[in-house]
Design a protein. Structure first.
Length: 428
């Protein structure tokens, strides 16, 4: 027995070194079967059958391990003459010439050995492609409204005049011949709430919200990126009213003249095709909003009338907006004697993301002091002012680049709003 065990151990090592060697694995299974280790033998034979599905020895060993009786010799029968009138007796699907029930054996080892092949479910349209047109998740109409956006009254007024009022008043829109054609492009420095404003617009319209980024669209296989773009808009049409929000539009719709890869150019072409269909009856209730930090890198065709022809500059939050943002980020933290109006004044020029960082840094300072002293203390004005002083506005780099564009590439007055802001802030 000890000599046999040593042989089994040796064979196990050999099988581990050459896992695809079916004869070697079957030899191990045979020794295990002779030693009365039927379950272990079944496992080894099952793996061998994965590599050699038609191996007769493997099938015979599996039958022995499962306790099947030895097959009896088949009696020799005379083949009767064919009778066209006699019904054809079909053989049961689970009967095998060796008398072994392979279907039952498969059920026994299903939990031991995983299936060799897994079939992907068919798409709803019958295509066996793993992609699914319904894979895009549309958020239900949210509760966020423009009233939840602190300050930024100029932004709200322009949204109301250029986009929301015609959407909410179909009778007035019809009277004045106002077309629903076209979309809205939000641009400005990062961290200033473009995505939040887009969600607020969706809330005002009572529409679903479908956010799309470059990672959702681009695919390594030829043609898949264009198909993804089409399926995004098809999903929005099925679930209208719906706001399609194209985040980082400079990545999704960059200038084709600067794009070397033909696949990316084709994706931009597909986006143009989808935008051209916004005023079609089938697209009723689909509203397109886009956001970018780099509007000068967006393909000019996307901003043609009828596409993303409404442009809105989203600047760093004004004083009321800063106060609202600070209040939001401090509401669940232990604070005392905090003058929000004063804090909003000293944080002029900071973005919404910068303000969140100020609150986080102040909380971190108070937490570390509490840990060192062993006494919990509140977040005070000193912590917040110190954090605000240490933060460098993240928008400065953006304004440095935007200044050149506003001064030397303002074709057709595209960046007049930006130019006016820079003059007001004496950044020119």
């Amino acid at each position: 027995m000890s000599e046999e065990s040593a042989l089994v151990r040796s064979l196990r090592g050999a099988v581990a070194a050459a896992p695809e060697d079916a004869p070697l694995r079957l030899h191990l299974a045979e020794l295990l079967l002779e030693a009365g280790q039927n379950d272990a033998a079944i496992t080894e034979v099952a793996v061998a059958l994965q590599h050699a599905p038609g191996d007769e020895k493997a099938r015979e060993l599996m039958g022995r391990a499962m306790g099947a009786p030895a097959p009896a010799p088949a009696p020799v029968q005379q083949t009767p003459p064919a009778n066209p009138a006699a019904p054809v007796q079909e053989k049961p699907a689970d009967t095998r010439p060796d008398g072994f029930d392979w279907q039952a054996a498969e059920g026994e080892i299903r939990d031991v050995v995983p299936p060799r092949f897994v079939e992907s479910p068919l798409r709803a349209d019958g295509n066996d492609d793993p992609g699914d047109a319904d894979a895009w998740e549309v958020d239900a109409p949210g509760t966020v409204r423009l009233a939840d956006v602190g300050g930024m009254q100029d932004v709200k007024d322009r949204l109301e005049a250029a986009f929301l009022a015609p959407m909410r008043n179909p009778e007035l829109r019809k009277l004045y011949g106002k077309s629903l054609r076209g979309g809205l492009l939000l641009y400005g420095p990062p961290g200033c709430g473009k995505t939040f404003i887009a969600r607020a617009v969706a809330g005002e319209l009572g529409a679903g919200f479908l956010s799309v980024s470059v990672n959702d669209v681009l695919d390594m296989w030829i043609g898949n990126s264009e198909r993804n773009m089409h399926e995004i808009f098809a999903t929005a049409r099925r679930q209208a009213p719906c706001v399609v929000f194209l985040d980082e539009l400079d990545a999704l719709g960059g200038k084709r003249s600067r794009t070397q890869h033909s696949g990316m150019r084709n994706t931009v072409n597909q986006l143009l095709t989808e935008l051209d269909g916004i005023d079609a009856q089938a697209n009723e209730g689909v509203f397109v909003l886009a956001a970018t930090n780099l509007p000068w890198d967006v393909d000019l065709a996307l901003r043609r009338p009828g596409r993303l022809d409404r442009t809105l500059l989203v600047l760093p939050p004004d004083a009321p907006a800063r106060e609202a943002i600070l209040r939001y980020h401090l509401k669940d933290r232990p604070i005392e004697n905090v003058d929000l109006a004063k804090l909003a004044k000293v944080t002029d020029g900071l973005s919404g993301a910068d303000l969140a960082h100020v609150c986080e840094s102040a909380a971190e300072t108070a937490l570390l002091d509490s840990a060192r002293t062993g006494t919990v203390r509140m977040i005070g004005m000193k912590d917040l002012l110190g954090a605000a002083k240490a933060v460098v506005p993240s928008t400065e780099a953006w304004f440095s680049a935007a200044r050149n564009v506003a001064m030397f590439a303002n074709e057709g007055g595209t960046y007049d709003d930006l130019l006016a802001y820079l003059k007001k802030r004496r950044k020119l």
